[in-house]
Design a binder for this molecule. Structure first.
Ligand SMILES: [Zn+2]
Length: 267
């Protein structure tokens, strides 16, 4: 267990060196190193000086993004769907519906006293939220395709949207364009995500340099550990992140790993 505590010490160290901020993309509370960083909720780049009007759009939804208010939150998101006129807003809606879908799914599997009818309604709710999430990710891509010019922020958004949709090949196209522009703020994080999601053998070497600037790097480290079949280490990291950092993606992944372990009859 010595290696576990080593990573948790690192996560604590990083958390203490970062500053709290409200993400100007999605309105969530998060931590970044200085004037520039990656949001732990939406994974978009936060530039401190930029306008926070888009973040304010989600003000009413943020407090509802919890395991216990999935229905209320999805209604609030439905109310915002007409506002999805930009790629970035559409992407955030995709992310938020995805988070709610994970929560609905959680209620399905881990609600010990749940009745069959309740389980099946949670299942349909989760599927419905997943399809809404995909719908908004595709809308983001459609809006991006209509743009005449793509700056780094748009290339990065296109990259992340394809990653969220599991379209690794399309993500690579945006990544190549991003790397050609050599803007570190976007490239370093995107290259890490791509290395892990495409299961590169040396992906850990992309993750480690990000430890000091992004808490999300520890989420990607847990994915690397999973790929290396070090499930216990992956779960230890995810449990700690899940309890201490505002990072809903870590929650869904933790459940997946715990179910895998349970299904395989470990422990
Ligand atoms: Zn955000």
């Amino acid at each position: 267990m010595a290696s576990d505590s080593k990573y948790i010490t690192l996560i604590k160290k990083t958390s203490q060196s970062l500053f709290p901020i409200i993400c100007n993309n999605c309105g969530s509370k998060t931590l970044i190193p200085n004037n520039l960083g990656v949001c732990t909720v939406c994974e978009l780049i936060i530039i401190k000086e930029e306008s926070d009007s888009q973040g304010k759009l989600f003000e009413t939804v943020i407090p509802l993004l919890t395991k216990n208010s999935v229905i209320e939150a999805s209604k609030a998101l439905d109310g915002l769907s007409k506002s999805a006129t930009t790629p970035s807003i559409s992407y955030i809606l995709g992310v938020f519906y995805g988070i709610l879908s994970d929560y609905a799914y959680f209620n399905l599997n881990y609600n010990g006293k749940g009745f069959m009818e309740e389980n099946s309604s949670n299942k349909y709710l989760s599927l419905d939220l997943t399809s809404k999430s995909k719908e908004f990710f595709f809308r983001a891509l459609k809006l991006i395709s209509k743009l005449e010019q793509k700056g780094n922020d748009i290339l990065y958004l296109e990259f992340m949207t394809n990653i969220k949709l599991g379209r690794i090949f399309y993500a690579l196209n945006s990544l190549k364009a991003l790397n050609a522009n050599k803007t570190e703020a976007y490239c370093n994080y995107a290259n890490m995500v791509y290395a892990v999601e495409s299961k590169r053998k040396d992906s850990e070497s992309f993750v480690k340099p990000m430890f000091s600037t992004s808490l999300n790097s520890f989420f990607y480290l847990s994915k690397v550990f999973t790929q290396k079949k070090k499930l216990e280490d992956a779960i230890t990291i995810l449990k700690f992140i899940n309890e201490n950092v505002n990072m809903p993606i870590s929650y869904a992944y933790l459940i997946k790993l715990e179910s895998m372990v349970a299904a395989a009859g470990f422990n």
